[in-house]
Design a protein around this ligand. Structure first.
Ligand code: AMP
Ligand code: MG
Length: 338
């Protein structure tokens, strides 16, 4: 299949919307990462998403809507806490899970009785959703297991020839996927950290739990609250290890590991002091800039042929929790205390 490369003109977005209505797959920019969209109410179309990504069929998709009013038909009801979250954070980089209505089929929900809903704030995504006129199921537009795409070029690398069109809307503002919270459990639970932080959510709806798999490896036999947490994720070809400790100790460690193929994944301004090739992925103590650069850094390490990567450790609160959550998966949970 020839994949159409589209821009963001009204004409291009109208065509992209038409393709979605016809049951085709279209990748599009959002403020988090690029999404791979299909008409959420067309199960045949949605099934193609899993095929194009190589995604396990039990890993459900997020349903994207243009307006808050589009949410009610997709869920059983909108409880008070959901309303608070929608009022405060929609449109924005937050996904809320609620018991699903019958409109949502088993392919979208990965067989669960819940649905994940999100209303993106990126103007291109918003206009496309309006023009499509249908809710759009969309996971990240990468091949399953690889880092999520934060630019159209990365979507092309993974999806050209497999989908109908790619809308190029430039770089994604946040660079990590949406925060996911479930309200389908007795205590609201954070399933995936993102740019809307735990602290911001708690300010609206009170205490929330954090699913153990967010910051730690799941125990064998443990059931994932969110199926996506159990799969290998964001993994570059290189073997990544996180080194937890201050920069002085990190530098000392690297000095003793300067073999060919070793790369440093460090913070801005640190690389030149290390004596090995390096990629800097944002400012120290600044989860927002780290989130913005992390996935590009992971893709670039592969392009350079890095074999062994030693990464500086992000913090675990605020937006840094999202960065830590992605990086420990990229590192297959290898963390060394310095
Ligand atoms: P992605 O679309 O690649 O950003 O992945 C969506 C994430 O949301 C995955 O980790 C899914 O497992 C999770 N997710 C989507 N729908 C649900 C749901 N109904 N219940 C729990 N997790 C969900
Ligand atoms: Mg994904």
């Amino acid at each position: 299949m020839e994949t159409k490369q589209l821009g963001t003109t009204e004409q291009d977005l109208a065509l992209a919307g038409e393709l979605l209505r016809q049951g085709q797959l279209v990748a599009f920019p959002t403020e988090t990462v690029y999404g791979l969209g299909a008409d959420a109410l067309n199960e045949t179309a949605v099934a193609q998403i899993y095929a194009a990504k190589g995604r396990p069929s039990d890993n459900p998709l997020i349903v994207h809507v243009a307006e808050k009013a589009d949410i009610a038909p997709l869920v059983q009801e909108i409880p008070e806490k959901a309303k608070k979250l929608f009022d405060r954070f929609f449109p924005g980089p937050l996904t809320v899970i609620l018991p699903k209505s019958d409109k949502i089929g088993k392919v979208v929900s990965g067989g669960l009785d819940t649905v994940a809903v999100r209303m993106p704030e990126n103007p291109v995504a918003h206009r496309l959703l309006q023009l499509a006129g249908v809710p759009v199921a969309a996971p990240s537009a990468n091949t399953s297991g690889l880092p999520s795409p934060t630019r159209a070029k990365y979507v092309q690398e993974d999806m050209n020839g497999k989908i109908a069109a790619i809308v190029d809307g430039g770089d994604c503002a946040y660079g990590v996927e949406s925060t996911v919270i479930t309200l389908a459990t007795p205590t609201p639970t954070l399933l995936r950290p993102g740019a809307v932080t735990k602290e911001m959510l708690e300010a609206e709806i009170g205490p929330i739990a954090v699913a153990p798999a967010v910051l730690e490896k799941m125990a064998d036999g443990e059931t994932a609250a969110s199926p996506g947490m159990k799969y290998k994720h964001y993994a570059p070809k290189a073997q990544v290890t996180i080194l937890r400790g201050d920069f002085a100790k990190y530098k000392e460690f690297i000095k003793q590991h300067t073999e060919p193929g070793v790369w440093a994944l460090c913070f801005d301004g640190e690389g030149a002091q290390l004596g090995v090739p390096f990629i800097e992925y944002g400012k120290n103590h600044d989860g927002v800039t780290q989130a913005h650069h992390l996935f590009t850094a992971l893709r670039d390490l592969d392009k350079h042929g890095a074999q062994v990567v030693y990464a500086r450790c992000p913090e675990q609160d605020g937006v840094s929790m999202a960065v830590y959550n992605r990086l420990i998966r990229a590192a297959a949970f290898r963390v060394v205390e310095l």
